[in-house]
Design a protein around this ligand. Structure first.
Ligand code: NAP
Ligand code: HSE
Length: 430
């Protein structure tokens, strides 16, 4: 083998150790595909005292400059996480002509543009397949497989932790706090699960998909974001009764009014393919004008699934190096950013509320909805343990975000409305 490609690995945790394992176990296959021998020269870690298993030729360092400034290193694989400090390291590496593979969605969602500009300037490659949905090759699918089509909608279960929690709540009737604790004990949920549970992790991934899928410089700040903390067993039960399952879904839509991206607990028809994506699995549903509906399913995280995506990116770079085409893959977004207003964001809605059980209550409620031209698709009412109280669950037909918000405010100000418990987006039907 004439060509040796030298890699510097930043991070040797879950994904980093998977990268070493795949490069070792699939050595011949990778050499056959690329005509290159890959060697990991250096690995950056923070704790030099931890026991590690690395190849004989690999040295450990806690000084990133040992890697970014090493003239022998061709490609940097960043699997350490973090944002600002990691950005500094990668920008310095790019200035030194290194190609980059990263699994870091936090970084790509926030600073992707800056990294791409630096890469273009220095003719470097930047690949980030593992940053969205771990082992599912969704970025390559959107960039290559569907590149001839116009994508107008993507729906994704792109966070494994929250999908695990929602699945257990629905299947076992357990409350949110107990499942979260169990997920942490099993190692699915991180010690600090804030970014997962509050939807930020999924919003970062949907931002990356939206920029690519719609060729528009969409930003994380433009995503409508609501996590799963407030979900109650009652909503899950009523949703099932009405023919729906609640999932944390990222929905990105692009039409003549512009783009809207939301990450929020959403009621999906039980027969929708995403409704049966359970536990920690991920799936992305893509609607193209020409191809129609497609769905991609698989493990969204984990040592080997994520490392597979990272090493596939490395292989893409090796091929580019051999062909002399590095630094040419990036395509600027084709369209300026156009974010939909609340009047233009249209969906069905579910609302659950507690009201006084008195004559005329329902007509007060329907009068408010009628003022905003909102009609109902489904309606359930139940008695509660409270004296003189009813619990109402409604699913509307399609309504704008702004009209629904105004109707909900008017409802809240009715003397007979004791409490609005929950409001969710509903997918499917008119
Ligand atoms: P991890 O297990 O926590 O490992 C992080 C590694 O980076 C550790 O080896 C750590 O060193 C090193 N590190 C962190 N900060 C450092 C610093 N400032 N200086 C030097 N070394 C530092 O993380 P991971 O789960 O492998 O995730 C890595 C990246 O992949 C993250 O961006 C994550 O979002 C992304 N990702 C992970 C998964 C997954 O399933 N885990 C899936 C998709 C994407 P020590 O070993 O010395 O502590
Ligand atoms: N915390 C993430 C999840 C890991 O639960 O999906 C993969 O990005």
């Amino acid at each position: 083998m004439n060509n040796t490609i030298t890699v510097g690995l930043l991070g040797l945790g879950t994904v980093g150790s998977g990268v070493i394992e795949i490069l070792r176990d699939h050595k011949e296959r990778i050499e056959h595909k690329t005509g290159c021998h890959v060697t990991i020269k250096s690995v950056l870690v923070s704790d030099m005292k931890k026991p590690r298993e690395v190849p004989a030729e690999t040295q450990l360092t806690d000084q990133y400059q040992d890697i970014t400034r090493d003239p022998e290193i061709d490609v940097i694989v960043e699997v350490m996480g973090g944002i600002d400090h990691t950005l500094t390291i990668l920008l310095e590496a790019i200035e030194h002509g290194k190609h980059i593979v990263t699994a870091n969605k936090d970084l790509v969602a926030q600073h992707g543009e800056q990294l791409f500009e630096a890469c273009q300037k220095h003719q470097c490659d930047l690949y980030y397949e593992a940053s969205v949905a771990g082992g599912i090759p969704i970025i390559r699918t959107i960039m290559d497989g569907l590149s001839s089509d116009r994508i107008h909608k993507m729906m994704g279960i792109v966070n494994g932790t929250t999908n695990y929690i929602m699945t257990k709540m629905a299947q076992d009737g357990v409350d949110f706090d107990s499942v979260l604790k169990e997920a942490q004990e099993l190692g699915f949920a991180e010690a600090d699960p804030t970014a997962d549970v509050d939807g930020l992790d999924a919003a970062r991934k949907m931002t990356i998909l939206s920029i690519l899928g719609f060729s528009m410089p969409y930003r994380l700040e433009d995503v409508d974001l609501k996590g799963i903390r407030g979900i109650s067993s009652a909503d899950i039960m009523y949703a099932e009764e009405m023919g729906y399952r609640i999932k944390l879904i990222g929905i990105a839509e692009n039409d003549h009014n512009g783009v809207s991206v939301s990450v929020e607990p959403t009621m999906l028809p039980i027969q929708h393919p995403l409704s049966s994506v359970n536990d920690e699995y991920n799936a992305v549903y893509v609607y193209g004008d020409a191809v129609g509906e497609t769905m991609f399913y698989g493990p969204g995280a984990g040592k080997l699934p994520t490392a597979t995506a990272v090493v596939s990116d490395l292989i893409a770079i090796l091929k580019n190096i051999r062909l002399g085409t590095t630094g040419t893959a990036y395509v600027q977004p084709q369209f300026p950013k156009q974010v939909k207003t609340k009047d233009e964001k249209i969906s069905k809605k579910y609302i659950r509320l507690h009201v006084d059980d008195k004559a005329g209550m329902l007509s007060e409620l329907t009068n408010i909805f009628a003022q905003y031209d909102i009609s109902f698709d489904q309606f359930i009412q139940r008695s509660t343990d409270e004296e003189g109280e009813r619990e109402l669950m409604l699913v509307t037909h399609q309504v704008s975000e702004s009209d629904f918000e105004k109707a909900a405010q008017d409802l809240d100000s009715l003397a007979a409305v004791r409490n609005i418990d929950s409001i969710y987006r509903v997918e499917g039907g008119n």
